[in-house]
Design a protein around this ligand. Structure first.
Ligand code: HEM
Ligand SMILES: [Cu+2]
Length: 587
């Protein structure tokens, strides 16, 4: 018979040293927290690289770094930000939150989960060890051949690093897909899954299809470089354009791998802080799937100027992606429309996300216009576009998520005033850093150069951009301070501080190692809302019992007995035979 009371299956090993516990843990929450912390450290590191880049470019002339060092700087900056910051950060948030949101006790394969995590710091080590062997990779994050066929051991380490990180991502993707399909709580049909879960699912599918392609390419490059093959080397009859195909067949879906989780985060937050259900749930799911599918049809829009691709096809499909993306904007605006908005920190960062991602989407649509792309290819327009999508998009989404889930993860509420300071510094800094790059790009300033001519206006625009970069750096200070002082406070956060809708808020903050003492029945995509506001009939039985956990009144370690809600589940036609964390019924 169905039961929702979960007894801890293993005792916690109290005898273990703190460090041993963390090094060997397979708990998705601890692994998630380690992912998040590691990713944040790489964000700081990549940010320092960005500051050196921007300092060098503040005024014309070569001041701080020579051209070779500069090449390594932007290569390692881009690679770090994408593979060691945004991807692990999103994986970390999903690791912590997805099992909770689907009402499971852990991920499907907890040990593989730990393995996926530990590959990340080692991947980082490989990338940065280039500096110890005579110079890190210097061919850009795209590693274009034949440039990447030359160069020293730094590039081999870059290849090894990306292969390892890719393996970590694939294992993670399989884990998420299995968890989402097989471990959902009774009653949670696919169309009742929280939007963050949906976005994690589509992201995982994209990873599964795209990473193997780039990994093959990387292996070919490695063989070219070390064993004398000539896949991408024209002097040996190879084809460098082939590298671009292989790279971008991964590289474009990769953009959605970075941004879909942010869509998911924002789509969790906007309804809760508008006090309304999500406007157009089904449309949102379809739009997410459509973006994922279309993401595989547009890789060659990065290759318009090669003269080797059919332009109308790739231009058309690129524009087509604007349709599902636009639908999402309508979903967010429709959700906020006539809602009771409360602009707390998670909502503030979500609004920043929506505003800035719009700019990144629009200047991307310009690039889909082939003649325009011929004009701005490899200029600062592209650098501007990619940062509006990634800083304005992924980074704002990440901070929205961190502020939203911080109370769940740590049991403590971050300070709202510091959050407002951080937000405005980051918002103004981002626009100051990246908007002038549009103008520089239009004017013909190319990317990946250590120096530029003192053309009219260029010095001023570059200087503004550098000031913006430092503002972004300063915005991190109130955040770090906020985390620091908050972690020293006692654990006073309620279990459900935002009056939210989804299952992660139905357990304590932070959750026990086994996640749930009891699960509310799932009859819509907002089970917790139903429980709190629509208690009637069979639901009512569950309310008092569950309320005792959600108010934090229960004695820790002593799960409240839930005979009534257990019955409610057994008679619920929706409920499958399941233990949370066991073999949940999926529909
Ligand atoms: C924190 C503020 C940041 C600043 C000021 C900044 C600045 C820059 C600049 C000036 C370049 C161009 C270098 C060149 O072409 O010569 C660049 C490249 C790049 N940045 Fe950032 N960046 C920041 C954050 C990020 C973030 C968060 C991401 C990703 C999530 C990112 C991803 C990239 C990528 C992929 C490149 C291209 C690297 C290449 O050309 O190989 N950046 N960044
Ligand atoms: Cu693309």
């Amino acid at each position: 018979m169905a039961t929702t009371t979960l007894a801890p299956r293993a005792t916690t090993y109290r005898g273990r040293a703190w460090i041993y516990e963390w090094l060997t843990t397979t708990d998705h929450k601890k692994i998630g927290a380690m992912y998040i912390t590691t990713a944040f450290l790489f964000f700081l590191l990549g940010g320092i690289f960005a500051l050196v880049i921007r300092s060098e470019l503040a005024v014309p002339g070569v001041q701080f770094v020579d051209p070779e060092t500069y090449n390594q700087l932007f290569t390692i900056h881009g690679t770090t930000m994408i593979f060691l910051f945004v991807m692990p950060m999103m994986t970390g948030l999903a690791n912590y939150i997805v099992p909770l949101q689907v009402g499971s006790a852990d991920m499907a394969f907890p040990r593989i989960n730990a393995l996926s995590f530990w590959m990340v710091p080692f991947g980082g080590l490989l990338l940065f060890s280039g500096y110890a062997v005579g110079g890190a990779a210097n061919a850009g994050w795209t590693g274009y051949a034949p440039l990447s066929e030359q160069g020293g051991a730094g590039i081999d380490l870059w290849i090894a690093s990306l292969v390892l990180l890719g393996m970590s991502s694939v294992l993670g993707a399989i884990n998420f897909i299995a968890t989402i399909f097989k471990m959902r709580a009774p009653g949670m049909t696919l169309m009742r899954m929280p939007m963050f879960v949906w976005n994690t699912l589509v992201t995982s599918v994209l990873l599964l299809f795209s990473i193997p392609v780039v990994t093959s390419g990387l292996m070919m490059l490695f063989i070219d470089r070390n064993y004398g093959a000539g896949f991408f080397d024209p002097s040996q009859g190879g084809n460098p354009i082939l590298w671009q195909h292989v790279f971008w067949f991964f590289g474009h879906p990769e953009v959605y791998i970075l941004i879909l989780p942010a869509f998911g985060i924002v789509t969790e937050i906007v309804p809760v802080f508008s006090r309304k259900p999500l406007f157009g749930y089904k449309a949102f799911v379809l739009a997410t799937a459509a973006i994922g599918a279309l993401g595989f049809t547009v890789w060659a829009h990065h290759m318009f100027t090669t003269g080797a691709v059919y332009l109308p096809f790739f231009s058309f499909f690129t524009f087509l992606i604007a349709v599902p993306t636009g639908i999402k904007f309508f979903n967010w605006l429709g959700t906020m429309w006539r809602g009771k908005l409360s602009i707390k920190s998670p909502m503030l960062f979500s609004l920043g996300f929506i505003a800035l991602f719009l700019i990144g989407g629009l200047d991307g649509a310009f690039l889909a216009v082939v003649p325009f792309d011929f004009h701005v290819q490899d200029t600062y327009w592209v650098v501007s576009h990619l940062h509006y999508v990634l800083v304005a998009g992924a980074v704002f989404g990440i901070f929205a998520g961190l502020f939203y889930w911080f109370p769940k993860i740590t049991g403590r509420m971050l300070d709202e005033r510091l959050a407002v300071w951080q937000f405005w510094l980051l918002f103004i800094g981002t626009n100051l850093a990246f908007f002038p790059m549009h103008l520089l790009g239009l004017d013909g300033m190319i990317r990946r150069i250590v120096d530029y001519a003192a053309n009219p206006g260029w010095t001023e625009l570059n200087f503004l951009s550098t000031i913006g970069a430092f503002m972004i750096a300063i915005s991190v200070v109130p955040f770090l301070w906020n985390v620091f002082i908050t972690l020293r406070k006692p654990r006073t956060a309620p279990d459900d501080p935002w009056d939210a809708y989804t299952l992660e808020w139905a357990t304590t903050s932070p959750p026990p190692s086994y996640n749930f003492d009891a699960l509310p029945p799932v009859r819509s995509e907002r089970p917790l809302f139903d429980l709190k506001h629509r208690a009637d009939g069979a639901h009512a039985a569950a309310v008092p019992a569950l309320a005792s956990t959600t108010q934090g009144e229960s004695t820790p370690g002593e799960p409240p007995a839930l005979p009534e809600s257990t019955e409610a589940h057994a008679t619920d036609a929706e409920a499958g035979t399941s233990e949370p964390g066991g073999e949940g019924k999926s529909k």
